[in-house]
Design a protein around this ligand. Structure first.
Ligand SMILES: [Zn+2]
Length: 236
């Protein structure tokens, strides 16, 4: 496994409870509903790009954050975080951490695996922990819009505690959120490569002038289908 910073390997160990004796939440539903939706789409998008990711951590309670903070300080082990409760976005349901779930090692970064996931997350409007200036945290993603400057300061000013913030969460998806999610989903289809079973037929359709062969995984409208049928009928 290439060396790429020991921080999240230690954090992962903590997450997988080797050093803590209890599980931290990996439940996507424990996240802010907006992030939960993006997180599910993100995992799907990664999968579509051949990157099978799993969720190592989502929401952290006060006890969990404080016990992580204690590691390497008042408890044996190495330091895994500089954030006390509630200074980590995980405490606000605004961050999740991934691991590599394809059997090649949970934190194996071979082939730039984590950076590839990072690019997918960034394209969906997330902040990627690999872009932290000093404390690179490649498995980490957070919902940037609530965390200006990657800081929980605004949240603390506005809500004081995570539990007050959580009271404002709504499971109702606004039209704007839905449009964003749908837009992300459709943009993902646009980037999908042609399926193996369709490749030959698709290139035949391109040669026959029926399709331009672009965006093979995207949805077609009825007018596009009508045009393709008409082209096929007039093809000799
Ligand atoms: Zn994290």
């Amino acid at each position: 496994m290439p060396a790429f910073g020991a921080y999240y390997i230690r954090a992962a160990k903590a997450a997988f409870s080797d050093e803590r004796g209890e599980d931290m939440s990996r439940d996507i539903n424990a996240l802010h509903p907006e992030l939960a939706g993006i997180c599910r789409l993100f995992l799907k998008r990664c999968e579509e790009n051949g990157l099978r990711a799993g969720i190592a951590q989502t929401f952290r309670t006060k006890e969990e954050q404080e016990s992580l903070y204690a590691m390497g300080r008042t408890v044996a082990g190495s330091i895994v975080t500089n954030a006390r409760y509630p200074l980590s976005p995980h405490c606000w349901g605004l961050a999740f951490d991934i691991y590599r779930n394809d059997g090649k090692g949970a934190y194996n970064d071979e082939g730039g695996w984590f950076s590839k996931c990072g690019q997918i997350g960034k394209a969906m409007g997330l902040f990627w922990g690999g872009d932290f200036k000093t404390f690179k945290d490649k498995p980490h993603f957070e919902l940037a819009k609530y965390l200006p400057g990657n800081s929980c300061k605004d949240l603390i000013d506005k809500y004081k505690t995570p539990s007050e913030f959580i009271k404002t969460w709504s499971d109702t998806v606004t039209q704007q959120q839905f449009n964003e999610m749908m837009g992300n989903y459709l943009a993902g289809l646009d980037k999908k490569a042609a399926s193996d079973w369709a490749k030959d037929l698709l290139s035949q359709a391109v040669s026959a002038g029926i399709s331009d062969g672009k965006r093979p995984g995207a949805w077609a409208t009825r007018e596009e289908v009508a045009v393709m049928i008409q082209r096929a009928l007039s093809a000799k």
